[in-house]
Write a protein that binds this ligand. Structure first.
Ligand SMILES: [Zn+2]
Length: 182
């Protein structure tokens, strides 16, 4: 798995408005501690009169568009609350729009994520089969009933109770789905 640390490109708004792209990449969770000096370092430009910093670009954050360093730090810290191997799933859950957000904001509730996450699977059908085994769905059924069981229909009905998100393969992860209890 590649390094999927959420990062933001923080630039100086005053210089940006004057046509100079002055800034650097930083870890999102530190975004609100980045100073004018950090941002202007290496640019050869002074920062007298500069004031506001802004995140013009980002990676591995489940938000679209630009955001403030304060918001970026909140997202970065929230994502850091889960194990690195779960961050792709948490991002996908947020991007699905069917997630539990905290209060009136957009940040996901990590405890809800952990409750609802049912793992990463090759397909929802694979998850359904494993679930059928786990709950002993066919225990005691006659062979004929097992043979003629309508897997397709059962899986389709089951799916209504879940949120299923494609794994983002752009960063080298294997294709598949993340499954969440809705
Ligand atoms: Zn500046």
């Amino acid at each position: 798995m590649s390094d999927q640390t959420p990062r933001v490109w923080i630039g100086c708004l005053a210089h940006y408005n004057a046509g100079d792209l002055v800034g650097h990449w930083f870890d999102a969770e530190d975004a609100d501690e980045v100073t004018l000096a950090d941002v202007h370092a290496g640019s050869g430009l002074g920062f007298t009169g500069c004031e506001e910093l802004w995140c013009f670009d980002h990676e591995y954050l489940p938000v679209s568009g630009e955001l403030s360093p304060h918001e970026a730090a909140q997202w970065g810290r929230r994502l850091a609350e889960v194990e690195p191997h779960l961050r792709g799933a948490l991002r996908a859950w947020v991007k699905s729009g069917c997630y539990v957000a905290e209060g009136r904001g957009d940040l996901p509730v990590v405890a809800e994520f952990e409750d609802r996450y049912c793992g990463q699977w090759d397909s929802f059908g694979d998850y359904a089969q494993q679930l059928a085994e786990d709950i002993s769905l066919m225990d005691g059924w006659p062979d004929l009933a097992v043979q003629h069981f309508d897997w397709k229909g059962w899986t389709r009905d089951l799916r209504f109770g879940f949120t299923v998100c494609d794994v983002d393969t752009s960063s080298g992860d294997a294709p598949g789905v993340y499954v969440f209890n809705s």
